[in-house]
Design a protein around this ligand. Structure first.
Ligand code: ADP
Ligand code: MG
Length: 255
């Protein structure tokens, strides 16, 4: 089976008048359909840059990004990008926010409306569809942002520290929600986080990056004796602590 996403020896540097910032060096990995991949690495190492290259916002200086084996940028519309802050518009209702992408792409029709209503119901936001973002809790806003991203039916989701603005307790429950939603929708996801326990609690594999310019330091396979438990359940498994310690050592071995 062809991987959904493949990076081959991707390198990238930012150029400006004052000089050059070498951000990524020789990154290669594959993501299969349905996989949940986490990317961890020190702050400023190049994680967001990596997602920008995958989404097509930036072009690699060398190497290639392949989507279903294709190199052309037409795959951009198959990718959903969810950022650290939810970027909901305060002057639009929750419904108008989650349908914004569909509206822009002229894709509002009976099918897409039914799909949105179902997601709003499934994820506990239907009652709030006419509310403004400021009336929602942080966790609810993040769910709304996720529905907005899923509305366009992306095949690959890029999540850039989507939970970091939430308080710890909310983060745990939103993690669980998002994991559940992505599984139910059979989505492939790439989650960037600096929170090691978040990575272990959600991912099938974890890509560990070095300090800038990021290289791949290791790729850790995450498996549990009891199959594929959700984030909350994982935190209580004996494997959880072991993986956390392996990651911790790996990240600190480059200091
Ligand atoms: P991370 O997401 O891992 O914190 P980033 O990918 O955002 O790291 O940034 C990697 C490096 O590239 C940092 O040193 C950052 O300052 C630099 N950088 C990011 N964006 C730009 C830009 N638009 N122009 C110049 N340098 C940038
Ligand atoms: Mg970042």
């Amino acid at each position: 089976m062809k991987p959904l996403l493949e990076l081959q020896n991707v390198s990238y540097a930012y150029h400006s008048k004052t000089g050059e910032t070498f951000a990524l060096s020789d990154i290669s990995f594959q993501v299969n359909k349905g996989e949940f991949i986490a990317v961890v690495g020190p702050s400023g190492c190049g994680k967001t840059t990596l997602l920008s290259l995958i989404s097509g916002l930036l072009r690699p200086e060398s190497g290639s990004v392949l989507f279903e084996g294709q190199k052309d940028a037409s795959f951009q519309e198959k990718i959903g990008y969810m950022l650290q802050r939810d970027h909901l518009f305060e002057w639009r209702t929750i419904y108008q926010n989650v349908t914004l992408g569909l509206e822009i792409q002229h894709k509002i029709n009976d099918d897409s409306k039914a799909r949105i209503d179902k997601m709003l119901m499934d994820y506990g936001l239907y009652k709030f569809r006419n509310a403004k973002p400021s009336e929602l809790s942080g966790g609810m806003r993040q769910r709304a942002a996720l529905i907005r991203t899923l509305a366009l039916e992306p095949e690959l989701l890029l999540l850039d520290e989507p939970f970091s603005a939430l308080d710890f307790q909310t983060r745990l429950s939103v993690c669980d929600d998002v994991y559940e939603i992505l599984h139910r929708e059979k989505k492939t996801a790439l989650l960037v986080t600096h929170d090691l326990s978040e990575a272990v609690s959600m991912a099938d594999r974890i890509i560990v990056l070095t300090k800038r310019p990021a290289r791949i330091s290791t790729i850790l396979e995450i498996t549990f004796e009891e199959g594929r438990p959700g984030p909350f359940a994982r935190r209580n498994t004996p494997e959880f602590k072991e993986y956390f310690n392996v990651l911790w050592k790996e990240l600190n071995s480059h200091e």
